[in-house]
Ligand binder design. Structure first.
Ligand code: URA
Length: 230
């Protein structure tokens, strides 16, 4: 199999045991160059069963970045983040909170859909990414935040919050507050994502028994982000 031409020093697809996207990152360029390179990422095994990489979408001048966990079934099929039911709920909540979804940048902590297949039938059921997969994919998220350099980053749900704010962060306890963005690794400068605010994931709201209360919580947290951007 011929490796994809991504303009990187990437090893052949599926090479090696280590999980790490770093060798697949381009040496420079803007979001378009990173999106092209990410299409060939083999930094962890998740690419094998998916339609393709779902890179972030939106303007590199966005003042607001929203980070989810990973693409879902619809996102995997369409190649765009937040185009399924969770995305529709998120956009509705953003509008109610006074945030312009059209001007925002949407992305995920992990760029491939991880799933199990239902025993009967072909339905693909979301499976949470492992810590290894999250840390392998982190260089893409850091690059997106560096290139967009937003004023505010919203982490949607526990996975995105832990990815950006550390494994001890608890969304249930600490959501809705504007916090300084920490470094990705000890000893490095902070990731240039502006202030970071964690809130509930729209998919969790769709599954919740107390959907109205959870949705109101999401809108109220997003209002904090809207005020910070005013
Ligand atoms: N859930 C996410 O976390 N991201 C998407 O893009 C879609 C659903």
């Amino acid at each position: 199999m011929t490796p994809p031409d991504t303009g990187t020093t990437a090893p052949p697809p599926d090479a090696g045991e280590g999980y790490d996207a770093t060798p697949y990152l381009p040496r420079g360029g803007g979001l378009a160059a990173y999106r092209r390179a990410a299409a060939g990422c083999r930094g962890c095994p998740l690419f094998r069963d998916t339609t393709g990489t779902v890179f972030g979408a939106g303007s590199d001048r966005a003042r607001l970045v929203l980070v989810g966990e990973q693409p879902g079934d619809q996102e995997d099929r369409q190649g765009e983040p937040f185009v399924g039911p969770a995305g529709r709920l998120l956009r509705k909540a953003m509008e109610e909170a006074g945030l312009d979804a059209g001007g925002a940048y949407f992305t995920n902590a992990v760029k491939h859909f991880k799933f199990t297949t239902a025993p009967r039938g072909k339905r693909r059921i979301h499976k949470a990414p492992s810590l290894r997969e999250l840390s392998a994919c982190r260089p893409w998220l850091d690059a997106e935040l560096r290139l967009v350099a937003p004023d505010v980053t919203v982490a949607l749900g526990a996975t995105a919050a832990k990815q950006l704010l550390g494994s001890s962060f608890r969304v249930t306890k600490d959501r809705g507050a504007l916090l300084p963005m920490p470094p990705a690794r000890d000893g490095e400068p902070p990731v240039p994502g502006g202030l970071v605010l964690a809130t509930l994931h729209p998919s969790a709201i769709l599954r919740s028994d107390e959907r109205d209360t959870a949705y109101a919580g999401l809108v109220s947290d997003l209002r904090v982000a809207a005020q910070a951007l005013d």
